[in-house]
Design a binder for this molecule. Structure first.
Ligand SMILES: NC(=O)c1ccc[n+]([C@@H]2O[C@H](COP(=O)([O-])OP(=O)(O)OC[C@H]3O[C@@H](n4cnc5c(N)ncnc54)[C@H](OP(=O)(O)O)[C@@H]3O)[C@@H](O)[C@H]2O)c1
Length: 295
């Protein structure tokens, strides 16, 4: 299949490009640094520097939309909030416009979102039918999903992505301090709905193939844990690691509103992917961390 990926040079995208290439697909990645695409995504991957390179007679069977400025990296000033929105919502609107102009429509559009859609929900079990939450991260996801849902004439899946566990960056790198400590955030009671990156990329293959699945899809493992148990498992798996607790007041002082990304959580269940019959390679946290932290 011919597949266009935005954000293909990112943490998820790089791994996904390798897998899709192995499966024999032809990949094009949209990137602000197109010259970096062969090295990051594989020599056979083509790069678009702009969506203007997508001509009406160019055919893509699948569009995967993962682009977005990193949400946790900088303080949420008004300018930063706009950049977070534009890099997701405005780009998705452009993509939908390109899809509308294409002479042959893609069969499926997989567009990014996050479990931040649900806001801070304490112990409530959340599935794809649960309503949206409140706060900037939730509003961002709502707007991102609404933009994607404007695509007409194809299957649309909204990837409500959990905390992606990978050796190469993301939340795990933030929780493993260089001094050999695992960090617990605040009370430790907030839920963490995580997913091993290999399950994430395999699930993308499943969503491309499974013609019955559409709308919101929780991209999380079936066994979320609270932050205290996450840190305990991390310490158990990584022998020699010490647990360190970062108090809420300190995180609020250091990070402002962004502290919510660490101190608040959601207990998310991946009901739609389980309904496809997908069997997780890493359904529980100790197997996922054992795989990622070994060797
Ligand atoms: N990783 C997670 O745990 C997680 C959790 C929930 C949701 N998500 C969402 O899933 C998506 C992929 O995650 P990821 O971890 O792979 O992200 P990532 O590593 O931060 O990569 C995102 C990609 O988006 C592109 N991008 C960044 N700023 C942009 C801008 N201003 N305009 C256009 N493109 C821009 C970049 O590509 P170029 O530099 O090549 O242009 C980058 O490679 C993101 O949207 C993220 O918010 C991720």
């Amino acid at each position: 299949m011919r597949i266009l990926i935005t954000g293909g040079t990112g943490l998820i995208g790089r791994k996904l490009c390798r897998l899709l290439h192995e499966k024999g697909h032809q990949i094009t990645v949209l990137s602000r640094r197109p010259e970096s695409v062969p090295e990051k995504c594989g020599a056979a991957v083509k790069a678009f520097a702009s969506l203007d390179e997508w001509q009406p007679d160019t055919v893509f069977d699948v569009i995967i939309n993962l682009a977005g400025e990193p949400i946790a990296d900088k303080a949420w000033s008004e300018k930063r909030r706009q950049a977070l929105l534009d890099s997701r919502v405005a780009l998705t609107e452009k993509l939908v416009d390109k899809i509308a102009r294409a002479r042959v429509k893609p069969a499926v559009f997989l567009s990014g979102s996050a479990i931040g859609y649900y806001g801070n929900r304490y112990d409530e079990a959340l599935d794809e039918s649960s309503n949206a939450g409140q706060g900037f991260a939730a509003d961002l996801c709502i707007a991102w999903e609404q933009a994607a849902l404007q695509a007409q004439g194809m299957r649309v899946c909204l990837l409500r992505t959990g905390l992606v566990l990978s050796r190469d960056g993301g939340i795990l790198a933030k929780m493993l301090l260089p001094l050999g400590m695992g960090v617990r955030f605040g009370s430790g009671m907030q839920w963490m709905s995580w997913i091993h990156i290999d399950d994430y990329t395999q699930l993308i293959l499943r969503l491309i193939a499974d013609e019955q699945t559409n709308g919101p899809v929780n991209m999380t493992a079936p066994n979320p844990v609270n932050n205290r148990d996450f840190t305990r498992t991390l310490v158990d798996v990584q022998h020699g690691l010490a647990a360190f607790s970062a108090p809420s007041a300190l995180l609020n002082l250091m990070l402002g509103e962004r502290a919510g990304l660490l101190l608040e959580g959601q207990r998310v269940l991946p009901n739609k992917v389980l309904a496809t019959g997908y069997s997780f390679r890493y359904p529980d946290l100790s197997s996922a961390l054992g795989n990622l932290l070994s060797a």
